[in-house]
Design a protein around this ligand. Structure first.
Ligand code: G3H
Ligand code: ZN
Length: 282
């Protein structure tokens, strides 16, 4: 099945009322595992590559993007490619040429006016190239390299009225909102503000995106989808599965040297995690 456009998957998920899982790719094995998990669940999926993952690959987007594209092209379920949490203009300008259907430009750490100005400019250029654009209003927090911010800090959460004005002014296609989740949580005990989700969903016309979903319990995720969340971003949960499987393998077999032996376990553990989350998202 060929790579599909993000817009098609988001539109379908919104219409049918299921949560569209978007999982972070760091290594080739992440991409393979995400697609394997989606195939096992029989669900479409998004492979997303973040600016931080590109930094890990020595600043090269093309290598991991082309590998992910090839994995997607061999999938038996629809798969889209998304470039995530991008601050660098030089990076988002590469997206159209590398098979991405969407980009999240992330100026959420800047003051509102600056976020609005930079996002509006990016939306214009990216949409002209056929890309679907997501951006963030409010502060989900917890991103690598960021000062810690509580999801409950004053001003961290997205204001529905401001969100409506921001979407109208910027023209973004999807909006990431701060509603109680936080990035990189290794425990699953984030409490979402469902009343706020409902108010934002009623105020803005575009699909909503939940970031930091690894820390959100299953029942909270399912409820968030029912309340209007469409794209559900999951990263850390895969890394917990990956590292846990490698650690278990190395402890059980301290003499192992062939990385295929333990990375195979890591890939299988990530695939099982993806299948589980996609089941939860409906
Ligand atoms: O954009 C990616 C996500 O928000 C992932 O967050 O690693 O906390 O699941 P997470
Ligand atoms: Zn995120």
């Amino acid at each position: 099945m060929p790579l599909v456009h993000t817009a098609a998957l988001v539109t379908e998920a919104r219409r049918e009322g299921f949560g569209l899982g978007a999982f972070n790719v760091i290594t080739l094995e992440h991409a393979e595992a995400i697609v394997a998990g989606a195939e096992a669940a029989g669900r479409p999926v998004i492979l997303q590559i973040s600016e931080n993952a590109v930094k890990f690959h020595h600043g090269r987007l093309d290598v991991i993007a082309r590998a992910s594209q090839a994995v997607a092209a061999g999938a038996s379920v629809p798969v889209a490619l998304h470039l995530d949490h991008v601050e660098s203009e030089a990076l988002w300008r590469q997206a159209a040429g590398l098979g991405f259907g969407s980009v999240m430009v992330d100026y959420s750490k800047l003051p509102y006016d600056e976020n609005l100005r930079l996002t509006t400019g990016a939306v214009e250029d990216l949409q002209a190239e056929g890309l679907y654009v997501e951006s963030e209003l409010g502060k989900v927090g917890g991103k690598e390299g960021e000062a810690p911010l509580s999801a409950h800090a004053p001003g961290a959460r997205t204001d529905p009225g401001e969100a409506a004005a921001y979407v109208a002014a910027t023209g973004v296609d999807a909006l990431a909102v701060a509603v109680g989740s936080s990035h990189a949580m290794t425990s699953r005990d984030a409490a979402l503000d469902h009343e706020l989700i409902a108010r934002i969903a009623a105020a803005v016309p575009v699909p909503l995106v939940l970031h930091g979903s690894s820390g959100v319990p299953d029942e909270e995720l399912a409820r968030a989808v029912k309340g209007g969340m469409v794209k559900i971003n999951i990263g850390t949960a895969l890394n917990i599965a990956f590292t846990g499987a490698v650690r278990a393998h190395l402890e059980a077999d301290p003499k192992v040297v062939d990385p295929r032996k333990y990375i195979k376990d890591a890939r299988a553990a990530m695939a099982a995690t993806v299948e589980h989350f996609l089941g939860v998202l409906g």
